[in-house]
Design a protein around this ligand. Structure first.
Ligand code: GLA
Length: 381
């Protein structure tokens, strides 16, 4: 039993005086490339990671849904037939999923539900998406309903957009629900076609937390999305997915500088993500790394979502990794984590370079982890 499993079972028993009927896990994710492309109907390529959220559940035919968030030592209790927003925080992710399940025609039972996770919050590794996916999955498991992972992910996304109020795309939830161990996942965020890409045997993924916890990301996030939508309107296309660099060049006199740069990031990032999928599939870490470096430049200069510490950390990692691999800030932006891909034999050296060369804004050594692509959400007992 892992620490998380023990903590969850013990916490469930302490909170509710019984043992759970079932436990589900849903992983966090790290996006290798394809940033802020999902809500532009584009492409992204995440892997699921070992850090995850687990949810334990014991349903009852009637009564409230009692929830214990073990990591916060907080609780909630609400009528699953009529979930109302609670004013923010983790409760709304749970209530939002229940609300969306009801809208999808699922009769959500009452009962006791406990949550514990190992994903550091605010680090851009999708703790919220994994919570949403785990809650949806455990309720459906309890009802004996087996959903397609993409449908489940889209329901979880709607919970975040419609109930929590962050207009996120579908990357995080699909990554948590539909990944396969040992593989990255190329997502076509419009058609929802998925391509599993085997991670090369001698490649490793390293995640370094910058220590800059995302602050006003949600406001900035929604603002970026509006800028992209405005660029698509000016270009006369349904989404930036449908535009290319020549179209942007032709339309640039009709766009302000900032809108132009936002659009250029998304258009070039879509191309880079498709190229990166080919590079990874053929084990070409030099090409993959070059694309990740370009992505970092693009999100720094054009999309404006990096911060000086993540710029410095990505530069340091890129230098230490050398030609066969690369690094970039990952996730929604404004801090969070930097992801690197490299040959296995380089990992120790890169790790040492980071420990020696980078301090978080509060002066500490950063948290570093090496990840093998994990499996998507599923039951554990
Ligand atoms: C956040 C959102 C995702 C995606 C990324 C940026 O993680 O939840 O939908 O837009 O930012 O790529």
């Amino acid at each position: 039993m892992t620490d998380l499993a023990t903590r969850l079972t013990a916490g469930f028993t302490a909170a509710f005086g019984s043992t759970p009927d079932l436990v589900v896990r849903a992983p966090g994710r790290v996006n290798l490339i394809g940033e802020h492309t999902d809500y532009n109907d584009g492409f992204a390529m995440p892997i699921a990671i070992g850090q995850e959220t687990r949810v334990a559940f014991r349903p009852r035919p009637d009564g409230p849904l009692n929830v214990a968030a073990l990591d916060f030592a907080e609780g909630d209790s609400f009528n699953p037939a009529n979930p109302q927003p609670s004013g923010g925080g983790w409760r709304d992710y749970v209530r939002g999923v229940v609300s969306q399940l009801r809208l999808a025609g699922v009769t959500v039972p009452g009962g006791d539900l406990a949550i514990a996770g190992s994903i550091a919050k605010g680090t851009g590794l999708s703790s919220s998406a994994s919570l949403e996916v785990a809650v949806a999955r455990v309720i459906l498991e309890a009802l004996g309903q087996s959903w397609n992972p993409v449908d489940l992910a889209l329901l979880a996304q709607r919970a975040e957009c419609d109930f929590v109020g962050v207009r996120c795309g579908n990357l995080d939830q699909i990554a948590s629900a539909a990944t396969t161990a040992g593989h990255a996942l190329l997502i076509d965020c419009r058609t929802l076609d998925l391509r599993q890409i085997a991670m090369p045997d001698d490649a490793v993924v390293m995640i370094v937390q910058s220590g800059v916890v995302r602050g006003l990301v949600d406001g900035e996030y929604n603002r970026r999305r509006e800028e992209c939508e405005s660029a698509a309107r000016i270009l006369g296309v349904p989404a930036l997915r449908d535009a290319d660099e020549a179209m942007l060049e032709a339309a640039k006199v009709r766009m302000d500088e900032s809108t132009l740069r936002r659009a250029r990031h998304v258009i070039t990032e879509n191309r880079r993500t498709l190229d990166a999928a080919e590079a990874l599939a053929s084990g070409n870490l030099a090409a993959m790394g070059a694309l990740m470096r370009e992505s970092q430049q693009s999100q720094a200069q054009d999309f404006g979502i990096t911060v000086p510490p993540t710029d410095a950390l990505a530069a340091l990692m890129n230098h230490a990794i050398g030609d066969e691999g690369g690094a970039r800030q990952t996730g929604g932006g404004f801090g969070g984590a930097v992801v690197g891909i490299m040959r296995k034999h380089r990992a120790a050296e890169v790790q040492n370079a980071v420990i020696e060369g980078y301090r978080t804004p509060t002066g500490e050594a950063p948290t570093i982890c090496i990840e093998a692509p994990a499996a998507g959400a599923g039951p554990v007992i």
